[in-house]
Design a protein around this ligand. Structure first.
Ligand code: PEP
Ligand code: MN
Length: 257
């Protein structure tokens, strides 16, 4: 494991990384409410999405930079690590000091100007896999940033099946982990697009031995402004997290290795 990531206290040996939070920040009440519930469960990293690139320009676009103060406030209150998608290179400088771990979304994995700008930063970066990208392309994109600072995130690829939004490529995630020695986490929310499948996929990511999970959790998923079908409540996530901790303990003790 890279010393940079260990020092940043993001990926710790013998622990799995847990990031959770709503698909997007919709209001102070929604974000603060979910964050506090996650803090009580021992979640270390908070998904705090300010920008929402959407297929339709008429859909909710996120609250943007004006709401950065909310992230600062919850970080101060809870001590949680803040992760946020950086959509444009202009978002890098203003988020410094508040956002601990910028992330690059699937659609931007090959946005080389953004990757090059992130290379000049010093924070750990989560790099989501482009949903049509090969493992080689994913690793090459990480190299642009500096692979010793990158946490890869498998979030599902387009495959021959259309029964779910995407298909979680656990094989590929393990290849990246085993062959490159890089940390790889999994996103069960975007790969399935269905909240009833999220618990099983979350458990499968941990059981496979990936380094962590990033899960969409919303206080009122049915009324979420985006990805309403895939977000789960804090109550469901609490149960899933307990199961994941038990699975992780089992595989770490060597019984299943
Ligand atoms: C997200 O995590 O908010 C997201 C949009 O995911 P992806 O970039 O993997 O589609
Ligand atoms: Mn989402």
């Amino acid at each position: 494991m890279s010393k940079i990531l260990e020092r940043a206290d993001v990926i710790k040996p013998h622990e799995f990384f847990v990031a959770a939070g709503p698909c997007a920040i919709e209001s102070k009440e929604q974000y603060f409410g979910v964050s506090r519930a996650l803090k009580v469960m021992g979640v270390g990293v908070l998904r705090s999405q300010l920008w929402k690139p959407r297929s339709s320009g008429k859909s909710f676009q996120g609250l943007g930079l004006d709401s950065l103060y909310m992230l600062a406030r919850i970080k101060e209150e809870t001590g949680m690590i803040i992760t946020t998608e950086i959509v444009d290179k202009d978002h890098i400088a203003p988020t410094r000091g508040v956002v601990d771990v910028p992330w690059v979304g699937s659609r931007n994995m090959q946005n080389y100007e953004l990757l090059k700008a992130l290379a000049k930063d010093d924070r750990p970066v989560i790099l989501k896999r482009g949903y049509g990208a090969t493992i080689k392309e994913w690793i090459e994109a990480a190299d642009y940033i500096g692979s010793e600072r990158v946490i890869l995130c498998e979030r599902g690829i387009r495959s021959g099946t259309d029964s779910t939004r995407f298909t979680l490529d656990l094989n590929g995630a393990l290849v990246a982990m085993y062959d490159k020695g890089m940390p790889v986490i999994g996103d069960p929310s975007h790969t399935t697009g269905r909240r009833d499948l999220v618990p099983a996929l979350t458990r499968s990511i941990v059981a496979a031995g990936l380094n962590g999970i990033v899960v969409e959790v919303h206080n009122d998923p049915q009324h979420a402004l985006c990805d309403a079908d895939q977000q789960i409540t804090p109550e469901i996530f609490k149960r899933v997290l307990e199961e994941c901790r038990a699975i992780h303990q089992l595989i770490s003790s060597g019984l299943n290795n």
